[in-house]
Design a protein around this ligand. Structure first.
Ligand code: AMP
Length: 296
């Protein structure tokens, strides 16, 4: 496929090139960049749902060529987490990525990303709270994320990279990393895509049995109540109301916290800055996270 075809096909819908080698990817992208075409990157771990597709569609609307990475990144899974059972369906992902406008899917093997003598970690601040709290997933999770994202940025050299607000802490950490390290990429964040009953879409929702799937709706309900109550009666009342909503559904949160959306400092009141209310909870077989951004 030559350069013009590659750029055109990302707009023609349906034609996607699967690449597994870094050198092949670089070779495919060099002429695209030389020609002045823009490149959008959508990093994913696959098992695509509408959340991923919303990122791909946004990238397609704004960039000449969309690269989707498909890599279940072992470095961001802790011991005892779900790396081995993480759902995978590459064929379906390719089909959906093509339909949503990806021109290239980059799916490298683990050994190529982390050769045996791999010895570098990218560590950003903001990673020891919420999910990064050592008593929870821990900062190692975000080290895994930021390390692989930097590698993807360096391999693809995107003009714009797309992330979902669903992973609010990841967004804050990546924005800070890009700023602190002067990485020449624009970070574009898209709203959380939800099921009709409010549950935030996630590849991990596949772990929920029907009963837990029903209980899981408590997270989005709680966040909704948190925002409405916080606006009417203050943030502390909002958090308390959310806690009650979770309790009524028999969901014990791992955390439910209000923090400044950008620097993740704890906040006690709604101020002039966006406030993140974030929740994590184990519901049956799935550890779920969700959040609401309360805009001033
Ligand atoms: P993952 O495959 O879970 O690593 O997610 C890949 C990207 O999709 C990340 O930027 C996520 O934040 C984003 N994403 C995951 N779920 C959703 C969702 N429900 N709505 C919007 N974006 C999402």
């Amino acid at each position: 496929m030559d350069l013009v075809e590659l750029v055109d096909s990302s707009h023609a819908t349906g034609d996607v090139k699967l690449l597994r080698a870094k050198d092949e990817l670089r070779a495919a992208l060099a002429p695209v960049r030389r020609e002045g075409s823009s490149i959008g990157l959508v990093p994913t771990m696959g098992f695509l749902h509408e959340g991923h597709l919303s990122l791909l569609r946004a990238a397609r609307a704004e960039c000449d060529l969309v690269v989707m990475s498909l890599f279940v990144n072992p470095a961001q899974f802790g011991p005892g987490e779900d790396l081995d059972r993480y759902p995978r369906d590459e064929e379906r992902d390719l089909q959906l990525a093509a339909e949503a406008g990806a021109g290239i899917v980059y799916a490298p093997p683990v050994e190529a990303v982390y050769p045996e003598d791999f010895a570098t970690q990218v560590e950003v601040g903001l990673t020891d709270v919420l999910d990064g709290d050592p008593a929870r997933r821990g900062p190692g999770h975000f080290r895994g994320v930021t390390t692989v994202v930097v590698k993807l940025f360096n391999t693809v050299g995107p003009d714009v990279a797309y992330f979902g607000q669903k992973d609010a802490q990841q967004v804050a950490v990546i924005r800070r990393m890009v700023r602190d390290l002067d990485i020449p990429v624009r970070i574009q964040v898209l709203p959380t895509v939800r099921e009709p009953d409010g549950l935030a879409m996630s590849s991990r929702n596949a772990y929920l049995d029907p009963r837990d799937r029903e209980r899981a709706t408590a997270l989005s309900r709680a966040l909704h109540v948190a925002e409405a109550t916080a606006r009417a009666e203050g943030l502390a009342a909002g958090i308390e109301a959310a806690r009650a909503e979770l309790r009524a559904a028999g969901v014990e949160p791992e955390y439910l916290e209000a923090r400044d959306a950008e620097n993740l400092n704890p906040v006690a009141e709604l101020t002039g800055r966006p406030v993140l209310v974030a929740v994590a909870a184990q519901v049956g077989g799935a550890r779920l996270i969700d959040n609401v951004l309360i805009q001033p």
